[in-house]
Ligand binder design. Structure first.
Ligand code: SF4
Length: 934
C-alpha cells in the first residue's frame, strides 16, 4: 500500500492517493471545480482552462485536471486570481459561441450555460475577430444525431470519448483557427464512417452541439421525467435512463458509474427503444373470427387484420378473450390430457413473469411442457456447464474481463451481439495489454485487435479445442495441481485429447498447425485466462460437446474459480438467463431443481397447492413438431416468435397451422401471432416493473416508465387472470410480491428482494438476505464438488456441403437489429441504417457464381429458398456464406437445419448446406422469402 499524500485545499487538510490530480483531490474534499473539456474516464487535455487553481509557490495557475498532487501542497480553488482567470477564459469561449439558449435543446443541462450563469456573464467582452454566424451547416444526414458545430466549443470531449471509450476514431479535429471544427474524415456522412452510433459523443458534449434527433423540439430538459430501468435487447444488462414527457419516450441516457456499461450504450440501447411508442402496438385483445384466408395479412395489429389461418382478427374485451382461452384449454385438457398443451415462456419478459408462466403450465395446466428460446441459443451451455462444473451459467463477471491476461473469444461476434462486452474486451487489449485470441470462421471486428485469429471451418470446434489441449499436455503447460486437487476423470479425457495432434486438427479445421500451437501456448501461459463464447459454439448438433470441450480447456489450465478467468457464455436476450433460472425449462423448477426429483416435486406441490407431474416435458422444437402427430393440440406463447426464430420455418408454419388452439401474448402482431386464435396485448419492458437477470447472473430492477398503451397489461397479470378462470388463484398483487415467493423456493435467489436490488443489483447465488451476491463461481470448489473432465470426440455437422448444395451457410446477428426484428425493425433509425436482409459471400465464390455486390442471390437448402442482397466480402471464408435471421423477407431460418443436439435438443442453426445462384431481378432490395406466407 502506497503512503497517502497530505495537502491543503481551501484551508482544509486532505489525504489522498499519490499520483492523482488536484481535481480529484478537491473532489475528495467536497470541492467541485468547474471544467468543460475534462470528462471522467477520458484523457485530460487542459484546453478550456476553466479548472485552473492557485498552488502556493507556483508562478502560473495550474490546470487541476492534469496537475498531480504532492506532499504539503497548498491549493486555492476559488481565490480572486483564480476566479478572475476563469472569468476571462469563460468570456473567451463565449466570444466564439452563439448564445442561443432560448432555442437550444441543451438548455438546462448545458455546462457553458451553467458557468456563465454562475459568473453572471451574458455576453463576452471580447468583440474582435470571431467565427461567422452559422459558419457551419447543421448536419442531420444520419438517422440519430444532429450536429451543430456552430455551438461547439472545441473541448474535444467527443473526439476523446470516441477514441478512448468506444475505441473508434470516427471523428477528429479539422482545419485551424476560426475554421477549426470537429469532423469525420473528409466530412463524410457519419453512416459512411466507422461510427456505430453509440451516442457517447452526445453524452459527453457539455454544450448543445450534439443532440439526439428524436429529442429535437420535444421539450426542455427540466420538463422530462427520468426513470432508470434495464435495456430490453441483449444479455449485457445495461442501465437505461428513459426521459419521457406526456407519455412518450423522448431520449435515453445512461449513468457513467455504478452500471454494467460504465456510461456506454450501443445503438440499440441508446436509440432503439422508440418501438414502445409505435403505432402498431397491440392495444386490445384480438379474437380470430374464422373465414377464408384473404392473402397476406395486413400486419396492422388491429381489428380487421387478416389472420394467417384464415378469417380476420376482431377486437374483443378482456373477458371475452380470457373466457375463450380458459374454455379452449380446458377442453383440450379434458379430451387429450394436460400434455397435449405446450407453453413458450419468454426471455424478453421479467423473472417474475417467467416464474408465473412456468407455474401456470405446471400447477394450472398440469404439464411440464414449458420451454423458451434458451433452447435455441444456450441449452447446450446449461447442459454442458452443469455437467462439467455443476452450474450452467457464466462463471465470472463482465467487469473482470478487462483484467484478464489472455481472452479467448470463440463463436461470439461480441462487438455486434454483446457490444458492451465487446468494449470490455477491447479495453482489456488496448488499455491493459491483454492478449486476445479469436477463433471464428468469420473475420469479425475483434479479429482486428487480436494477437491471433483462427479461422476454423464451421462445426469443427471440438477438434480445434482438442488440438490446443493436446499441445498444452504435450508441452507440460497444464496446471497439474489444479487437475489433481479439483477435478476428476482426467485420464480418460487425456487419452482422447492426445490423439488430436496439430497436424490432424489442421486437416479437420483448416487452421494451420502453427497457429493451433501458438494459441495453446498463449492461452496456457497466461496467469489469468478467460474464455468467452456464444452461439457459434452452442448452436450445433454437437453444441453440448463444444461446451464440454471449452470447460476441459479451462480446467486443464486451472482457469476456473479465480477472478478474470472462467468459461463465459454470453446469453443472447436480455433475460434469457433469468427465464432459465426461473424454471421456464421442461425438466426443472426454478433454480434448476429437477422435476423428476420426488422431494423437490413434494416441495413445489406443497408451496403451490397443486399436484405436479414428475415427467419432464417437451422442448420448443418437440412441442411444435408435436402438432404434426396431434400429441400437441394447443399452445400458449408469451412473447416469443418461433415462426422466425426456429429452424426450418416451412415446417414451423405447418405446425402452427395444425394446432387446434393457439394463444399469443405479445406487444406486436408477430409472425407467430398471425397464426393465433386469440392475441393478447402485453405491456413492454418500459411499462411494468420486475427484474431481469443479465448474462453475468446479475439480477437488476426494472422500473415502470410509462403506462401500457390501450388495454395492454403486464404478462404476469394476464396469466393470473387466465389461471383464475381455470380455477387457480395466483394471489399476487405486485411483481415484488412474486419475487418474495421466488426467493422462498429458489435457493440461488434466496436473498433477493426488490428492495435489495436497488442500484447495481445482485449476482446469484445469493442464498440469504445478508449474502452480498457472487461475482465469480467455483472458488475453492466446483458447484458439483470436483470439476468433471469429459472425453469428447469430434463429430462432423449433421449436414455438410455436397455436390448438390456446395456451400456452407452459417447465421448470426448484426449490431443494428435484434433477434427476429420484432422490436428493432420498428425503430426508424435502425431500419434506415440496415433496411434489408443480405448474404455475405467471399469474393472467390461470388466470382465463380458471377454475382456482384448488391445483386440478388437465391439461396436454396433442402428445406426451402430465400433471396437476399449479395454483400461480397472477405469477412466470410471461401465456401461459407453468412446470413442473419432478423429479416422475415430474407428469413435465414427457412434454410437452416432442424437437426438437434441429442442432449440439449438445440438445433444446428450454425451449419447447413446451401446452393447459391443469381436471382432474377438483378440489383435491388432483398427479395421475398419463397414458399412461405406469413
Ligand atoms: Fe442494450 Fe445490449 Fe446494447 Fe447494452 S449492449 S445497450 S444491453 S443492446
Amino acid at each position: 500500500m502506497r503512503e497517502l499524500v497530505t495537502l491543503t485545499i481551501d484551508g482544509k487538510e486532505v489525504r489522498v492517493q499519490p499520483g492523482i490530480t488536484i481535481y480529484w483531490a478537491a473532489k475528495a474534499a467536497g470541492v467541485d471545480i468547474p471544467h468543460l473539456c475534462y470528462g471522467e474516464d477520458i484523457h485530460p487535455i487542459s484546453s478550456c482552462r476553466l479548472c485552473v487553481v492557485e498552488v502556493e509557490g507556483m508562478k502560473n495557475l495550474a490546470a487541476s485536471c492534469t496537475y498531480p498532487v504532492s506532499k504539503g501542497m497548498v491549493v486555492h480553488t476559488a481565490s480572486e486570481r483564480v476566479m478572475k482567470a476563469r472569468r476571462m477564459n469563460l468570456e473567451l469561449i463565449l466570444s466564439d459561441h452563439e448564445i442561443t439558449c432560448i432555442t437550444c435543446e441543451k438548455s438546462g443541462s448545458c455546462l457553458l450555460e451553467k458557468y456563465a450563469y454562475q459568473f453572471g456573464i451574458s455576453e463576452s467582452v471580447f468583440t474582435g475577430e470571431h467565427r461567422e454566424r452559422n459558419e457551419f451547416p447543421i448536419l442531420e444526414e444520419n438517422p440519430f444525431l444532429v450536429r451543430d458545430y456552430n455551438k461547439c466549443i472545441l473541448c474535444g470531449r467527443c473526439v476523446s470519448a470516441c477514441a478512448e471509450l468506444q475505441f473508434d476514431s470516427a471523428i477528429d479535429y479539422a482545419e485551424r483557427g476560426f475554421k477549426a471544427h470537429i469532423s469525420t474524415a473528409f466530412g463524410r456522412p457519419l453512416q459512411d464512417t466507422t461510427c456505430e452510433f453509440c451516442g457517447r459523443c452526445i453524452s459527453v458534449c457539455p454544450v448543445g452541439a450534439l443532440t439526439e434527433k428524436e429529442r429535437v423540439r420535444k421539450g426542455r430538459e427540466w420538463e422530462f421525467q427520468v426513470t432508470s430501468t434495464i435495456c430490453p435487447y441483449c444479455g449485457c444488462g445495461c442501465t437505461l435512463e428513459m426521459h419521457t414527457k406526456d407519455g412518450k419516450l423522448i431520449k435515453v441516457t445512461t449513468p457513467a458509474k455504478g452500471t454494467v456499461s460504465r456510461g456506454n450504450l450501443c445503438v440499440k440501447g441508446k436509440f432503439g427503444t422508440y418501438y414502445i411508442n409505435h403505432a402498431e402496438r397491440l392495444t386490445m385483445p384480438l379474437i380470430r373470427k374464422p373465414g377464408p384466408v384473404k392473402g397476406t395479412p395486413t400486419g396492422k395489429g388491429t381489428s380487421g387484420a387478416g389472420a394467417a389461418k384464415g378469417g380476420e382478427f376482431v377486437e374483443a374485451s378482456w373477458d371475452e378473450a380470457l373466457d375463450l382461452i380458459a374454455k379452449s384449454l380446458r377442453e383440450i385438457k379434458e379430451k387429450h390430457g394436460p400434455n397435449a398443451i405446450g407453453g413458450l415462456s419468454s426471455a424478453k419478459c421479467t423473472n417474475e413473469e417467467n416464474y408465473v408462466f412456468q407455474k401456470f403450465m405446471r400447477a394450472v395446466v398440469g404439464t411440464n411442457n414449458v420451454d423458451h428460446c434458451a433452447r435455441l441459443c444456450h441449452s447446450s451451455t446449461v447442459a454442458g456447464l452443469a455437467k462439467a462444473f455443476g452450474s450452467g451459467a457464466m462463471t465470472n463477471a463482465i467487469g473482470e474481463l478487462r483484467y484478464a491476461d489472455c481472452i479467448f473469444v470463440t463463436g461470439s461476434n461480441t462487438t455486434e451481439a454483446h457490444p458492451i462486452i465487446g468494449l470490455e474486451v477491447k479495453a482489456a487489449v488496448k488499455k491493459h495489454g491483454a492478449t486476445l485470441i479469436v477463433a471464428d470462421p468469420r473475420e469479425i471486428d475483434l479479429a482486428g485487435v487480436a494477437a491471433l485469429h483462427l479461422r476454423q471451418r464451421s462445426g469443427t470446434d471440438v477438434a480445434l479445442f482438442n488440438g490446443m489441449m493436446q499441445v498444452i499436455l504435450s508441452e507440460g503447460l497444464e496446471d497439474g495441481e489444479f487437475i489433481e486437487k479439483r477435478t476428476e476423470d482426467f485420464e480418460k479425457f487425456k487419452s482422447v485429447v492426445m490423439q488430436y495432434t496439430p497436424e490432424k486438427v489442421e486437416k479437420i479445421t483448416g487452421v494451420p498447425k502453427e497457429k493451433i500451437i501458438q494459441a495453446a501456448r498463449l492461452y496456457a501461459r497466461a496467469e489469468r485466462a478467460s474464455i468467452i463464447y456464444s452461439m457459434g459454439i452452442t448452436q450445433h448438433t454437437t453444441g453440448t460437446d463444444n461446451v464440454l470441450s471449452l470447460a476441459n480447456l479451462a480446467m486443464v489450465t486451472g482457469n476456473v474459480g479465480k477472478r478474470s478467468t472462467g468459461v463465459n457464455p454470453l446469453r443472447g436476450q436480455n433475460n434469457v438467463q433469468g427465464a432459465c433460472d426461473l424454471g421456464a425449462l421442461p425438466n426443472v423448477y426454478p433454480g434448476y431443481q429437477q422435476v423428476a426429483n420426488p422431494q423437490l416435486q413434494e416441495k413445489f406441490e406443497k408451496a403451490w397447492e397443486a399436484s405436479l407431474s414428475p415427467v419432464p416435458g417437451l422442448t420448443v422444437v418437440e412441442m411444435l413438431h408435436g402438432a404434426e402427430d396431434g400429441s400437441i393440440r394447443g399452445m400458449y406463447v408469451m412473447g416469443e416468435n418461433p415462426f422466425l426464430s426456429d429452424p426450418n420455418v416451412n415446417r414451423v408454419k405447418k405446425d402452427l397451422e395444425a394446432l387446434e388452439f393457439l394463444v399469443v401474448q405479445d406487444i406486436f402482431l408477430s409472425e407467430t401471432a398471425r397464426y393465433a386464435d386469440v392475441v393478447l396485448p402485453a405491456a413492454s419492458f418500459a411499462e411494468k416493473d420486475g427484474t431481469f437477470t443479465n448474462t453475468e447472473r446479475r439480477v437488476q430492477l426494472l422500473r415502470k416508465v410509462l403506462d401500457p398503451p390501450g388495454r395492454a397489461k403486464a404478462d404476469w397479470q394476464i396469466l393470473s387472470e387466465v389461471a383464475g378462470r381455470l380455477g387457480y388463484s395466483m394471489r399476487y398483487n405486485s411483481s415484488a410480491n412474486i419475487m418474495e415467493e421466488i426467493a422462498s423456493l429458489t435457493p440461488i435467489y434466496g436473498g433477493m428482494t426488490h428492495d435489495r436490488l436497488q442500484g447495481f443489483g445482485l449476482q446469484w447465488p445469493c442464498p440469504d438476505k445478508e449474502h452480498p451476491g457472487t461475482p465469480f463461481l467455483h472458488k475453492g470448489m466446483f458447484s458439483r464438488g470436483k470439476g468433471l473432465f469429459s472425453a469428447v470426440e469430434y463429430i462432423p455437422p449433421a449436414e455438410e456441403p455436397d455436390r448438390e448444395y456446395p456451400l456452407l451457410l452459417t447465421t448470426g446477428r448484426i449490431l443494428y437489429h435484434f433477434h427476429t426484428g420484432t422490436m428493432s425493425r420498428r425503430v426508424d433509425g435502425l431500419h434506415a441504417i440496415r433496411p434489408d436482409g443480405f448474404v455475405e459471400i467471399h469474393p472467390d465464390d461470388a466470382a465463380a457464381l458471377k454475382l456482384s455486390d448488391g445483386e440478388l442471390a437465391r439461396l436454396t437448402s433442402r428445406r426451402g429458398t430465400v433471396t437476399a442482397k449479395t454483400v461480397v466480402t472477405e469477412r466470410s471464408r471461401p465456401g461459407t456464406v453468412f446470413m442473419t435471421f432478423h429479416y422475415r423477407e430474407a428469413a435465414a431460418n427457412i434454410l437452416t437445419n432442424d437437426a438437434l443436439d441429442p442432449v440439449a435438443k438445440i438445433p444446428e442453426f450454425k451449419v447447413c448446406a446451401v446452393k447459391v445462384e443469381k436471382a432474377a431481378g438483378g440489383k435491388g432490395k432483398a427479395g421475398k422469402a419463397e414458399k412461405i406466407r406469413a
